[in-house]
Write a protein that binds this ligand. Structure first.
Ligand SMILES: NC(=O)c1ccc[n+]([C@@H]2O[C@H](COP(=O)([O-])OP(=O)(O)OC[C@H]3O[C@@H](n4cnc5c(N)ncnc54)[C@H](O)[C@@H]3O)[C@@H](O)[C@H]2O)c1
Length: 441
């Protein structure tokens, strides 16, 4: 076994960096997976002076990044060019990775067809990390996953591939990514970073690393509580969104303005956080992450009922929105079949270009099956297809508004002129509670 002494858990951050023998150390930081999570982390790490290499299996992504073209909204081409100027390198070639001091894994964790977690990318990235491990390396998993993954899946693969022992020869930790794409108030530096290590020395090693990049590091008591913290945050959001979505449906029937009720309730300075209804939930986190937790709970032989109920309610919302469109057209004696519908805002998130899991996709499927003619306008999506069939894009907001029998505001991007939408739309359904004239969800 290589010569390596694990420092006691009380050691100061500076002492956690272990002495490594050899001349070619490789980068300070290797990020595996250069997507929405990995690339912004690389940008922050370069900004604080770390030597960063990014590894991604997608050669197109690597070629684009190497040529100065960013595919991620939170890192623009200018940011990327400064990163490249400061030594950042993206590669798809494992042989170029050297001997990194820290390895952070930021690869996707999608769901399988049976809603179980697909850890294929995590295991492949872990195998890559195992081949690069040396005594003293810190490995951190950032991908969202079920509690237990770091210890039960990542640890054995790293140990088998490197013949080193986690917590004795190298450090292993989980640190949930909390990135909120498009958020101008909170970025990687200003969002507190939770870290949970396999041992206290592992936690300290991870805290020392993230302390260079983030203003505040929060030490979890264990790896699994760091993993659970992320799922708690997202499940909390999922369940609360479902609560207001269910309320939106019956408030409409009761003739109660839920948006106004939320506005009033939100004035309570303690014990209440405002959540808002909408056409459903989207993105990689909210619709997907709670499934990881359900999956783990099911191994105990019973369901996680809150999550399953929230999923059922949120998944119904696109269909409910389409029913409301039909109801509005019906008031003017028009059928949904053949009606020209303009969808405004089709990304899953405000001011973001991310179309993954957008509820607008289900809205399109339901409108198509009912014979509506579709048009969309979204300043963040130059083209858009659902099930391989392109949805027509209006050349401008104005022309789209003029052409449509009904306008559905699915995402209230700040670029939209809400007044113009209110004035020009023949019939308007607002699913985001931003218009004062027109029908709200
Ligand atoms: N996007 C978000 O807002 C967000 C927020 C919090 C947490 N997360 C979590 O972070 C993780 C990463 O998400 P993302 O949104 O950055 O995904 P992404 O799809 O944007 O990027 C992941 C990248 O990893 C690459 N990749 C896949 N397998 C690889 C491998 N074996 N080796 C090297 N590269 C590989 C892909 O080519 C892709 O470029 C997921 O677990 C996600 O749940 C995402």
């Amino acid at each position: 076994m290589a010569d390596f002494v694990m420092p006691p858990h009380q050691v100061a951050d500076a002492a956690v960096r272990l002495v490594r023998e050899g001349a070619d150390y490789g980068p300070d930081l290797l990020i595996i997976g250069l997507g929405y999570v990995g690339l912004p982390l690389a940008a922050e790490a370069v900004r604080v002076g770390l030597r960063v290499t990014g590894y991604d299996v997608d050669e197109e992504v690597v070629a684009g990044l190497s040529a100065g073209r960013s595919h991620i909204g939170d890192v623009d081409d200018n940011d990327l060019r400064s990163m490249l100027g400061a030594g950042f390198r993206a590669t798809a070639d494992e042989s170029e990775l050297g001997w990194p001091e820290t390895i952070v894994i930021c690869v996707p964790t999608p769901l399988r067809a049976d809603y179980g977690p697909d850890l294929g990318a995590v295991t492949a990235a872990t195998a890559t990390a195992a081949r690069l491990l040396r005594p003293g390396t810190l490995v951190v998993l950032e991908s969202t996953t079920y509690p237990g993954t770091t210890e039960e899946v990542v640890r054995p693969l790293l140990e088998a591939g490197s013949k080193l022992r986690a917590g004795e020869d190298f450090y292993l930790a989980f640190s949930p990514e909390r990135i909120d794409p498009g958020n101008r108030d909170f970025g990687i530096r200003t969002t507190p970073k939770v870290v949970g290590g396999l041992t206290s020395a592992c936690t300290e090693a991870a805290a020392a690393f993230y302390g260079k990049i983030c203003d505040q590091v929060v030490r979890a008591g264990s790896v699994s509580s760091a993993e659970m913290a992320k799922l708690l945050e997202n499940t909390y959001r999922h369940v609360n969104v479902a609560l207001v979505n269910e309320m939106a449906i019956f408030c409409h029937e009761l003739g109660v303005d839920l948006w106004d009720a939320i506005r009033c309730a939100a004035t309570k300075p303690f014990g209440f956080e405002a959540f808002y209804p909408g056409p459903g939930v989207g993105g990689h986190c909210i619709p997907i992450d709670p499934n990881y937790l359900s999956y783990k709970v099911r191994t105990l032989g019973y369901p996680f009922r809150f999550v399953e109920l929230a999923q059922e309610i949120n998944a119904r919302m696109p269909g409910y929105v389409v029913d409301r469109m039909a109801e509005l057209l019906n008031r003017d004696a028009k059928p949904l079949k053949g009606a020209r519908i303009l969808l405004l805002g089709v990304t899953y998130k405000r001011d973001s270009a991310d179309l993954r899991e957008s509820p607008a996709i289900s809205v399109v499927r339901k409108l198509r099956s009912r014979g509506a003619q579709l048009l969309y306008y979204d300043p963040h999506a130059a083209s858009w297809s659902v099930d391989g069939i392109a949805v027509s894009r209006a050349p401008s907001l104005q022309s789209g508004l003029d052409a449509a029998d009904l306008v559905a505001l699915l995402q209230a991007h700040s670029a939209y002129d809400i007044k113009e939408i209110e004035q020009r739309a023949r019939v308007l359904l607002d699913t985001r509670g931003v218009v004062s004239a027109g029908e709200r969800l």
